[in-house]
Write a protein of this length. Structure first.
Ligand code: FAD
Ligand code: FAD
Ligand code: SF4
Ligand code: SF4
Ligand code: SF4
Ligand code: SF4
Ligand code: SF4
Ligand code: SF4
Ligand code: SF4
Ligand code: SF4
Lengths: 158, 290, 659, 191
């Protein structure tokens, strides 16, 4: 049996989630591996969500927000971008390949793009194989991890 | 104030009168100009027309040589100034270029990390010495001399350290501080034809004619310049302009350092003023020669 | 509450839309097995009346306190099902939806995979629902008074609309008179109707309207509060003339020995609409018709002696001791109508504005052309003679990355208007130097067509430079325009007597500060950002703050008036509603946990978070919060909760997805 | 004759655009709005076959020969006036340089005196590390202006009599460095 990656997508309500809906209304077919969590704004996406998702067994995480300048809440997506960059830096500390996390801007009108991204990302993760924490890492890591601690002070960095 | 000095090829040859006056004036202004050891040609406009990477590379060699000295690199030639400055800007802006130039310098045992500030001697005089200080050193009053301040292209464009790229006023301020009068001269940053004089003479002569006409209409006795190429075109070729257009201009073109020197009371010859092609005579000569 | 949750789960077939790809029976069974689920059912069309009825009945029958519907996208029917809950006495925020149509059955081919995914989505929804909490619906009432900032045609129109509807308006204008730019025009394109004839009556009406409280020579000092309940503070600058006493007789201006310091620029800048005395009216049609003393020009203020105006004023209206006054108001809505200013071309040295006389800006020309202006509407060169040729240069300061990248939208048309007026009043040859002629309004192309018939010359090319250096015969004493005629492909030198620079429109000075006070933002171009470029052009991201006229983007009078009326009707609709519901899913800070680091303070795009110095903690104003959650994710102390999107809720959703 | 006036799309070289676009800053010319500020400002445009504006139009339409054979590129004095005025901030002077290089590379320099001078200049710098103005003048005259040699004599005399014409070339000490750099650059390939 081929490996079927499990991917969680955190999608902002106004752009990416609506874009994903549009892919549906347009009946564009794509890989069934991504499951969405709807948040109001990509700015709400807490780094702990991402870490938690990996710990729960996801093989990949997609963050979807509005294109720069289009954020429904003005600039939440810039905040998301900043956190994403920091997350990319700290993921290896948890034994997670940074490629397993991806951020994409998808507009409400870009159903086809959403589908394409899901397909692409699914294949990428498939190629990476299942996420496995080394035994020791998995053991030493309990659920009260707090990426905030890691990020503290770094928020201010641009 | 100590600087690394990059004279450029022209100043060492056809513009040696510029060098004469710099040698005479710089020490009095407190400028220590230490010539860059073994500098090479900046490439000027010509090299850029033939090979781009190479022209950036040879221009960078100078910057690489200057970097360990940790001083501003000062040149009196506007063309060298533009080329060296542009090299800095482009190396910073285009990583691919920076990488290739780095590789080329490496084979010559050199490296450049972009930390040399390139400056024009005119800007150094205005910004570092300051007009106030210069005016306090005036020995000979240049009153009555009407001066057209000609900046030319390359000190003003594409980037500039002047007070304004289109309408700089610092040379006028300097001229006034020296006791002379600054004529209205709106074409102060228009092109004189630059190196086209050597190849497309008629074209360049026409540009010079317009500049000379603008100066004459506004009763300038002399034109003051900051660039060897401008001086050459407007001065040495002035006779040709007259011949081609049937005009009768006689407007000597001198360097700003010569004007400063004259105001400081330095002798005419020491400043190379006798080497100006349109001979300085009559009232202007009386004023400049004291 | 966790232990007592009683969840009802409803799986929709959506005809065959879902059922053909997803094994509904399997999902129902699966749901039944989950913790807290009391009933799990499926139905053909959940959103149909019987479908809704099914839920209502179950809520009562099983005493359900959580509802999960797995069907289409929440963007489609979340509201529908929330209402169902509400009708059954259940808080609407206790409802959860799983999207197994748009994001599942419609997009996947493999039935097994689709069913598996649908299960995960349902599990996530069920798990999440356990953590939901009821949220209160929040409403605020709307104060029926409106603040209008800026008294140009936009502000005038909006104020009159509101006042005529019987609502109170506070209109604040920073100049001594209302009227804005339009008050300085003689004629307006494309119809060439007289600006004064259409504007003056409106200005007078504003001045006299019982529902409008007019503050001229005043500025907005401070704005606080939120939609429906703003508090504004207005600074009324001292004009040294008592508005209640002055009857506008004009004696003071006639006798005043002072002269107003002319604006910077060239000779023509002395052009003026009103009197040039130190005590002056901005124009003879000014509203209010009460003069102002310009301190910088007044002999008394500068040298301590004079006070002639005081002596001649029979009404004792002059008061040299006047000081700035402050007034405070409570208003429900704000309309910003601060207009624009024109680009200052003296930075484009090659056009030599301010250096060569007879190089004018568009506003210089408007003032000169205005019948009540200092030349009596005559078009004259600085030497007092009539020009024989005039060049109008388009796009000065516009469509240029060095200045403003945008097109100013009105200058093509006013340039055509100028050409016509010059033709009408003089015998001059008129040239228009343009890049593109943008004449897209009603009757605009027709106006252009008319101008072509009037022998106006059009040269397509952006002017390189203007010089006074004559080289060719016929250029002596002229301004020479050097330009490439791009259609001919030749460089031309066009000698003219007068040049008019069609200077672009830019955001007026102080707009960014004003915007900030009102909690709205300005864009890269300096103009205020509207809520949506297509569907919300008069609203802003801040509820209760609206925009009208050129402060949103350059626009002509018809568009300005349309937008002003749109803004006033948006405000009226708010007032008529009386109340407005505001977001329930806001964020909340736990004072106990907040470490006072203030990281969140600057993150909020709506400035909803402030710092309480005494307690040393941050607090969120729920009336301003829109629930984006940005602050929540940033708080290092985990002190902020996003209601309806709490960490627990999302964590449990993640767990459900991956269980 | 009639056909000659109509330019057939098939006869144009659309790859030319790509060539220009790939140069540093070259892609900017896509944004040219044909306003003519450059040509209207250019001091030498009145003698050019096509002003800079038209050059961009020709490039975009694929008129490769017309562009590279035009006198325009050789009449550009590098005054940068156009560059600082272009409302789209296109680096026009740099594009002119790029076109010069392309024309030289393809040997389209017949009768282009500026090209000859530039090449002579380059070989001078490669030889000495500096420009030797006297030799440059002599060599250039021999190559390009043989029949006009006389007109240079007056100019030369003018300079000579004013002590402004050196006879000895100045050779930099480490000319080998220049040679090495040159070799490396050739290896790396021009950009
Ligand atoms: C030269 C020229 C000619 C034109 N000709 C025509 C024409 O013929 N036909 C046509 O349809 N359009 C024409 N227009 C466009 C027209 O001027 C505008 O459409 C119109 O003026 C916009 O009105 P407004 O109320 O938005 O702005 P404005 O007229 O600028 O009014 C804004 C008002 O707000 C005030 N204000 C600014 N900031 C503040 C503040 N912070 N606090 C308080 N008050 C403030 C200002 O003092 C001003 O009174 C022309 C424009 C120009 C430049
Ligand atoms: C090809 C094209 C592309 C465009 N692209 C854009 C764009 O990208 N961005 C943009 O901002 N604008 C665009 N527009 C302009 C845009 O379409 C209009 O601004 C907009 O549609 C106008 O909306 P409307 O409601 O006034 O008119 P309409 O969209 O025409 O709606 C009028 C409605 O009234 C109905 N109707 C007509 N007569 C009667 C009657 N007697 N009784 C009852 N009903 C009647 C019609 O059936 C129609 O449904 C484009 C226009 C075109 C032609
Ligand atoms: S201040 Fe007095 S004199 Fe002046 S207009 Fe008013 S009433 Fe007349
Ligand atoms: S006091 Fe001032 S305003 Fe009054 S008359 Fe004298 S100068 Fe004019
Ligand atoms: S409206 Fe016309 S003149 Fe004004 S910026 Fe646009 S194109 Fe230029
Ligand atoms: S008619 Fe349409 S296509 Fe033509 S200029 Fe007007 S807007 Fe453009
Ligand atoms: S970020 Fe958190 S801890 Fe810091 S001030 Fe805001 S609420 Fe308090
Ligand atoms: S949730 Fe968003 S809108 Fe609300 S306070 Fe936090 S950052 Fe501001
Ligand atoms: S100035 Fe710039 S935009 Fe205008 S024609 Fe020249 S290159 Fe094009
Ligand atoms: S740089 Fe060249 S093309 Fe540009 S204005 Fe100067 S001479 Fe003309």
């Amino acid at each position: 049996m081929t490996f079927e990656p499990r991917i969680v997508g955190f999608l902002c309500n106004w752009c990416t989630y609506t874009g994903a809906d549009l892919a549906g209304t347009a009946r564009i077919k794509y890989a069934p591996n991504l499951r969405a969590v709807r948040v109001m704004c990509s700015g709400r996406i807490d780094p702990t969500f991402v870490i938690k998702t990996f710990l729960e067994g996801a093989d990949g995480v997609l963050i979807g927000g509005c294109h720069p300048g289009d954020c429904h809440y003005q600039e939440g997506n810039y905040k998301a971008l900043r956190r994403y960059k920091l997350l990319k830096k700290i993921l290896p500390d948890y034994g997670i390949e940074p490629e397993r996390l991806r951020l994409e801007w998808v507009a409400a009108s870009e159903g086809d793009r959403f589908a394409k991204i899901v397909d692409e990302f699914t294949e990428e993760i498939r190629a990476l194989g299942p996420l496995s924490f080394g035994e020791s890492i998995a053991e030493s890591m309990s659920l009260d991890i707090d990426p905030h601690k890691e990020l503290e002070g770094r928020e201010e960095e641009k | 104030m100590k600087y690394t000095y990059y004279p450029g090829c022209s100043v060492k040859a056809t513009a040696n009168l510029y060098q004469d006056s710099i040698d005479a004036v710089a020490p009095l202004l407190g400028l220590e100009l230490e010539e860059l050891e073994d500098w090479n040609c900046c490439g000027a406009t010509a090299y850029m027309s033939v090979k781009e990477l190479m022209s950036f590379a040879i221009s960078s060699r100078n910057l690489a040589l200057a970097e360990p000295l940790h001083r501003d690199l000062v040149t009196p030639c506007s063309a060298c100034y533009t080329v060296l400055k542009k090299t800095n800007t482009y190396l910073a802006a285009y990583p691919e270029l920076r990488q290739k130039v780095g590789k080329a310098l490496e084979v010559a045992g050199l490296s450049y990390s972009g930390n040399v500030k390139v400056r024009h001697l005119f800007n150094v005089v205005i910004d570092d010495v300051g007009i106030e200080k210069i005016s306090s050193m005036v020995q000979r009053n240049l009153e009555g001399l009407r001066v057209a301040c000609y900046y030319g292209c390359q000190i003003a464009r594409p980037e500039t350290d002047l007070d304004h790229p289109d309408n700089p006023k610092s040379m006028e301020a300097l001229v006034i501080a020296l006791g002379a009068t600054a004529s209205y001269f709106p074409m102060k940053t228009h092109c004189c034809g630059a190196s086209l004089m050597g190849t497309e003479e008629e074209l360049a002569l026409r540009l010079c004619k317009n500049l000379l006409l603008n100066a004459e209409r506004n009763n300038a006795d002399v034109i003051v310049t900051v660039c060897p190429l401008c001086q050459m075109n407007l001065d040495v070729y002035q006779g040709k302009v007259n011949k081609l257009f049937g005009t009768n201009f006689h407007i000597p073109v001198i360097y700003f350092t010569q004007l400063i020197g004259a105001a400081m009371g330095l002798p005419f010859k020491k400043l190379g003023l006798h080497k100006v092609a349109m001979k300085i005579k009559g009232e202007p000569k009386r004023i400049l020669n004291g | 509450m966790d232990s007592e949750e009683r969840i009802g789960v409803y799986i929709c077939h959506c005809g065959t839309n879902i059922a053909s790809k997803v094994d509904i029976a399997e999902i129902v069974e699966f749901a039944k097995g989950m913790k807290g689920v009391i009933v799990a059912k499926d139905y053909k069309f959940m959103c149909s009346d019987p479908g809704q009825g099914l839920i209502e009945k179950d809520i009562k029958e099983y005493n359900l306190n959580r509802i999960v519907v797995a069907s289409c996208s929440p963007l489609m029917h979340e509201k529908t099902f929330r209402k169902v809950c509400e009708r059954s006495g259940l808080n609407p925020y206790l409802f959860t939806m799983a999207n197994i149509r748009e994001q599942c059955s419609w997009v996947h081919i493999d039935e097994n995979a689709a069913t598996e995914k649908a299960k995960a989505l349902v599990a996530a929804a069920i798990r999440r629902s356990a953590f939901l909490e009821p949220l209160e619906r929040r409403e605020v009432s709307i104060n029926p008074t409106t603040l209008v900032v800026g008294g140009g045609i936009a502000g005038i129109q909006a104020s009159l609309d509101l006042a005529e509807a019987g609502k109170k308006v506070v209109l604040v204008e920073r100049e001594p008179s209302i009227g804005g730019h339009m008050a300085k025009f003689d004629k307006t394109f494309p119809t060439l109707d007289c600006a004064a004839c259409i504007l003056t009556p409106k200005m007078v009406q504003v001045g006299q309207h019982p529902n409008i409280e007019l503050f001229t020579y005043s500025e907005v000092e401070d704005v606080s509060g939120y939609v429906g309940n703003f508090k504004v503070k207005i600074r009324k600058k001292a004009r040294y003339v008592d508005e209640n006493l002055c009857n506008g007789c004009g004696m003071c201006m006639e006798k005043c020995p002072g002269t107003r310091v002319p604006r910077k620029g060239n000779v023509h800048e002395r052009l003026s609409l009103g009197p040039t005395s130190a005590i002056y009216l901005p124009s003879m049609q000014a509203v209010p018709a009460v003069p102002v003393i310009d301190r910088n020009s007044c002999i008394y203020f500068q040298k301590g002696k004079c006070r002639i105006c005081e002596k001649v004023c029979e009404r004792d209206a002059i008061n040299f001791d006047m000081e700035d006054e402050f007034h405070e108001f409570e208003v429900g809505n704000i309309i910003i109508a601060a207009g624009f200013q024109t680009f200052d071309p003296s930075v484009v040295i090659r056009y030599r504005y301010g250096l060569l006389p007879n190089v004018l800006t568009a506003m210089d020309f408007e003032i000169m052309n205005c019948a009540s202006g200092s030349t009596g509407g005559k078009i004259l060169k600085s030497d007092g003679t009539e020009p024989k040729s005039v060049g109008i240069i388009h796009c000065v300061g516009s469509r240029d990355k060095r200045y403003h990248e945008y097109c100013s939208r009105v200058c093509c048309m006013y340039a055509l208007k100028f050409a016509h007026l010059i033709k009408e009043k003089t015998n001059a040859e008129v040239y228009n130097f343009y890049i593109d002629l943008r004449c897209f309004g009603k009757g605009y192309e027709e106006f252009y067509d008319r101008l072509l018939g009037e022998d106006v010359r059009f040269v397509r090319g952006k002017v390189g430079e203007i010089t006074d250096l004559a080289i060719h015969p016929g250029e002596q004493g002229k301004l020479i325009i050097r330009v490439e005629d791009t259609l001919i492909g030749a460089v031309r030198r066009v000698p003219v007597d007068m040049v008019i620079l069609a200077t672009g429109l830019e955001a007026p000075e102080g707009l960014a500060e004003l915007a900030k006070k009102c909690n709205v933002s300005v864009g890269k171009d300096g103009f205020i950002i509207e809520r949506h470029p297509k569907l919300g052009p008069v609203a802003t991201a801040t509820d209760g703050v609206f925009i009208a006229g050129a402060c949103q983007s350059p626009k002509d009078i018809p568009d300005t008036v349309a937008q002003a009326s749109a803004a006033s009707s948006a405000v009226l609709s708010m007032i008529m509603r009386g109340k407005i519901e505001i977001e329930s899913a806001t964020a909340e800070i736990d004072e106990e946990r907040c470490s006072g680091c203030r990281i969140c303070n600057d993150l909020c795009p709506y400035m909803a978070i402030s710092f309480e110095e005494e307690k040393g903690v941050s607090v969120i104003n729920e009336a301003l919060c829109k629930g984006c959650g940005t602050c929540v994710a940033a708080c290092p102390s985990n002190a902020i909760t996003a209601k309806h999107f709490t960490n627990e809720q999302i964590f449990s959703e993640i767990e459900g997805l991956l269980q | 004759m009639i056909e000659k006036d109509i330019v057939c799309e098939a006869g144009l070289e659309h790859n030319f655009l790509e060539e220009i676009y790939s140069l540093p800053g070259g892609a900017e010319i896509k944004k040219c709005i044909q306003c003519g500020t450059c040509t209207g400002s250019c001091p030498t445009s009145y003698v050019m076959d096509y002003g800079p504006r038209k050059i961009f139009s020709l490039i975009r339409a694929g008129f490769r020969d017309e562009v590279l054979n035009s006198n325009t590129i050789w009449f550009c004095s590098s005054c940068y006036t156009c560059t600082v005025r272009c409302p789209k901030e296109i680096k026009i002077t740099d594009v002119m340089y790029a076109l010069k290089r392309l024309a030289i590379k393809e040997g389209r320099t017949k009768g282009r005196k500026t090209a000859v001078l530039s090449q002579t200049f380059v070989s001078m710098v490669n030889k000495y590390g500096r420009n030797h103005e006297t030799e440059l003048m002599v060599r250039y005259i021999l190559k390009a202006e043989f029949f006009n040699a006389l007109k240079f004599v007056t100019q030369g005399w003018n300079l000579l009599s004013n002590g402004r014409l050196p006879f000895k070339p100045h050779r930099i000490k480490h000319i080998n460095e220049i040679r090495k750099i040159l070799k490396k650059v050739d290896e790396l390939g021009e950009i």
